[in-house]
Each structure stands twice: as C-alpha cells, then as structure tokens.
Design a protein around this ligand. Sequence first.
Ligand SMILES: C[S@@+](CC[C@H](N)C(=O)[O-])C[C@H]1O[C@@H](n2cnc3c(N)ncnc32)[C@H](O)[C@@H]1O
Length: 282
Amino acid sequence: MKIFYKYKIVESSTTATPYRDHHEELAGNTDIDFPKTKEEFFDKFLYQFHGGRTAALDRLCKSMIVEKNILSVASGNFAVELKYEELSGCNIVCSDQYAPRWLEQTKKLFPNLKFTEIDVLSDVPKFQYDAILAFSLIYLFNNKDLGAFFKFSYDSLHSDGRLYLDVSSAETTSGSIFHNFFIPIESNIIALFKSFRHGRRFKVIKTMHGWHHNEQELIRIALDNSLEFVDKKVDGFDVDFARSPLLQRLAKYKFGRYFLNLIGRAMPFNVILIFRKKSIKI
Ligand SMILES: C[S@@+](CC[C@H](N)C(=O)[O-])C[C@H]1O[C@@H](n2cnc3c(N)ncnc32)[C@H](O)[C@@H]1O
C-alpha cells in the first residue's frame, strides 16, 4: 500500500483543494447541466467520463459478470450500473455512503433505478446478493479499512457469491515511475512555462489522493475474510495518461494512441480482482 498523490497547477495565490473537487465530481456532486436524455447521460457519465475509466468498466462488466442479483457499493453517479442493467436485464441495487446530489434527476430518466445509502465501513448488511461490484472505491481505504470492507462484502454475499473489486490503479513499478516522477516533473515544467508566458507566478499543489494497493496484499486481506481470489481482468491501458497534458497531445494522433496503449499495458488503470465467498468461514 502506497500513498497516491495528485498534482495540480494553480496561480501561486490559490488555495485550491483538488482532491475534494475530484472526489465530488466522481461522486456526481458537482454543478453541471444535467443531461436531458438517457443517451446524453451515458455519453457524459460513461463514455466521455474520467479519461475513459468508466468506458473501460463498461467493457469489463459485459465480459465478466454472470450473476443476476447484484449490489453495487460506492456507485457514485450509477452510469456503469445503469448501462449494464439495461444491457443484461439483471437486477442491480446501487448504494453509496451518501445519496448523490443528482439522484432525483437520474430517477426521472431511469425510473427503475434502485438506490440505498450504505457505508461499507460501518453498516451491517441487511440483505445478501449473488455479486457485489465495488468500482473505484478502495483507493480511499487504508489496510484497516480494507479489513472492514472485505468483512462487509463477505456478509453481503450468498455462499459462492462473487466480489468484483476494482483496484483502481494498482501499485505497479511503471505506475510508480509515471505517478511519482513523470507527472511531478511535467507539472513543475508546465508551471514554470506558464509563469514566464503570463508574467505571473504559477505553482504546483501536491495533495494526497488516496492509496495504491498491492494486488498480493489485497488477495491476502480478502482471504483473511474468507474471500478467495479466482480471477483478474484488466482494461483502461491509457486512462492514467489523461493526467499528462503532454501525453494528451500525443493521444491526438493515431500512432500516439497506439504507442500509449502499448506502454500502458504495463500499468492498466482498471484492474478487477474477482473473489468468491468461501462456504466455510476461516
Ligand atoms: C471515485 S467515486 C466512484 C464512483 C463510481 N463507482 C465510479 O466508478 O465512478 C468513490 C465513491 O465512493 C463513495 N464512498 C466513499 N467512502 C465510502 C464508504 N465508506 N461506503 C460507501 N461508499 C463510499 C463516495 O461517496 C464516492 O461516490
């Protein structure tokens, strides 16, 4: 488990809180022009969202989920869940620590949306499901929280049920080089360049964004809670590169996209570990 930082370029007088901004955006709580149709909703929150991360989740859901009775925890703006439910005809109960700001507007577009407030770190499950989806959540958790999360998952699953856990940018060597060297160096060069160009000082704000987890460590903590690792799926090879303005320029060209997709294979953003509930608790 390693701390994961984000870097933002701002004017030197700014006291921004980029972590909160980002967190609120992903949870669907920012000021937006709310989509008027289902197509606009999926375009905004699924296909064009967060550097392709949710579009990759959409592809993964189609290729890995077999269960019909599902609980999604930390579902944020529900886009991945609503699309998969529409496609597969399964039944997904969405949940999050707090109801997102756009819940009522989303229900108007999707009257079948089922939502309940669940805090996976403190609530005791009321029902059991065949599968649990946990997408882009555990980067917010340290190892102690992970223990509570896996216990919640175990108690929420029927025997043999499966947990689809999105590691949300796992701890890899290439990922570490990219996040801890490339991005801060690039950010400082851009801040310097902007300062010269605009004649005002720009600086880089570094904020803790969460945790990068090690897969083997996750598998061990899950097994301590009687969840057995069964499979792994990956996608989103160029998602992390959306953080780099330089690499985004490269991504405008066909060769650039091909190149990023190739080197990104060493640091996929969407890593889903699939666990099965053991019938006998350890
Ligand atoms: C990055 S968003 C992910 C949203 C969505 N799953 C996605 O992939 O876009 C993280 C979500 O975790 C939720 N969250 C944080 N702590 C939680 C907890 N203890 N229990 C349930 N949800 C939590 C937040 O409210 C937020 O909606």
